[in-house]
Design a protein around this ligand. Structure first.
Ligand code: PLP
Length: 423
């Protein structure tokens, strides 16, 4: 077969883009070579519907071993009792949870998308807001912190079956114990979607939801630094929260409901090449090097935040406890959209983001979200973070000065050349 030059040239172009630029998209990271090798392996050829030891296809002995290792490593990493490593993505993991524990029309309570939540937590444009009846809590306008009072009020009034915590753009830790106490008052289940900070949680740098939340989902490709994908987990004592029994009187385990909601409920064959890459990434995340990495992610984010505040940038909640922050640009006379575009011209990649109580549309926005997970994987430390904030500020101030943006781009490329990615 002739090599597909068109596609491989484009992949090369993308490699160069990733190598030359400063990657600040909070949901992205750079996987190790061995994670990429597993993801690009012969396992992509294999069908393996079902679970290890209970497949609908022959020839699954090897993938069974791999999937079992992925499960055991994830359990060890998160101190979980049960894990399903098959969801193709974070959205798929959440879809499976909803299918397992809710009926169409049931009420759910999630963190408002426009305040930092995720589409799959009840947005009207997503299945979660179309199939179920969504209610929301947000952040307090003055502090930018989760409005736990509002969460409790809405929960007690609406009595949702599921309360969802976790976010895509929230820079602070969560009070999982409080959310569980609210859920217990109304007999609701709690889902923590820790997609963003899961790497920091795994290594004890943020509060652990597993002792409090019935179900925990995460993507594997953000701070966890694995391949694109999702997993579903449960902690101790949560396997039968409803006391359900089968007609034969056996305990109806929630883990069984979740397993069958993944397959055959919402997916077909698992991606065993990605599951192998997840196993490799979980192994890496258990290492001392990864511990150093997540500590540096936090330090780098804290430096970014401190330097931005020093340059009169408004951060929602005033700072960060994790790897990301939301910058409100309303005092800088530039929209999120324009800032994203101008930073892009200087090879600094960010995403525009609505800020809580934003008056602009999601296509324009008043803010940008930035994070330190990817850039820290390049090996940069606090000194470079100070330099990066200097670049950002320079771009924002000169966003309509094409020649200055070009000069900054050269400085950005020169900085990143000192931190090789895969070469
Ligand atoms: N949940 C949260 C909190 C997220 O931030 C994201 C992705 O950004 C997802 C779920 C969805 O993950 P995926 O893009 O893998 O479907």
């Amino acid at each position: 077969m002739k090599k597909d030059e068109i596609i491989f040239d484009l992949i090369n172009e993308e490699l160069q883009r990733q190598e030359q630029g400063i990657e600040l998209i909070a949901s992205e990271n750079f996987v190790s070579k061995q994670v990429m090798e597993a993801a690009g392996s012969v396992l992509t050829n294999k069908y393996a519907e079902g679970l290890p030891g209970k497949r609908y296809y022959g020839g699954c002995e090897v993938v069974d071993e791999i999937e079992n290792i992925a499960i055991e490593r994830a359990k060890q990493l998160f101190n979980a009792e049960w894990v399903n490593v098959q969801p193709h993505s974070g959205a798929q993991a959440n879809t499976a949870v909803f299918l397992a524990v809710l009926k169409p029309g049931d009420k759910i309570l999630g963190f408002d998308l426009s305040h930092g939540g995720h589409l799959t937590h009840g947005s009207p444009v997503n299945f979660s807001g179309k199939v179920y009846q969504p209610f929301f809590y947000g952040v307090e306008e003055e502090t930018g912190l989760i409005n736990y009072k509002q969460l409790e009020e809405v929960a007690l009034r609406e009595k949702p079956k599921l309360i969802i915590c976790g976010a895509s753009a929230y820079s602070r830790d969560w009070d999982y114990a409080f959310i569980r106490s609210v859920a217990d008052k109304i007999g609701a289940l709690v889902l923590a979607d820790i997609s963003h900070p899961s790497g920091l949680i795994a290594r004890g740098l943020l509060s652990d939801p597993l002792p409090h939340c019935h179900i925990v989902t995460t993507t594997t490709h953000k701070t966890l630094r694995g391949p694109r994908g999702g997993i579903i987990m449960m902690g101790k004592d949560f396997d039968n929260p409803w006391g359900l029994t089968t007609p034969k009187g056996e305990i109806r385990k929630m883990s069984a409901l979740l397993d069958s909601a993944v397959f055959p409920g919402t997916q077909g064959g698992p991606l065993e090449h990605i599951i192998a890459a997840k196993a490799v990434a979980f192994g890496e995340a258990l290492s001392d090097e990864y511990m150093e990495y997540v500590l540096q992610v936090k330090k780098n984010a804290a430096t970014l935040a401190k330097e931005l505040v020093a340059r009169d940038y408004k951060l929602i909640s005033g700072g960060t406890d994790n790897h990301l922050m939301l910058i409100d640009l309303s005092n800088k006379d530039i929209t999120g959209k324009l800032a994203e575009e101008a930073l892009g011209k200087a090879d600094i990649t960010v995403n525009k983001n609505m800020v809580p109580f934003d008056k602009r549309s999601p296509f324009v926005t008043s803010g940008i979200r930035i994070g330190s997970a990817a850039i820290t994987s390049r090996g940069v430390k606090e000194a470079e973070m100070v330099q990066i904030v200097g670049f950002i500020d320079d771009v924002i101030k000169n966003h309509d000065n094409e020649s200055r943006l070009e000069e900054i781009r050269e400085e950005v490329n020169a900085l990143m050349a000192k931190f090789p990615l895969y070469s």
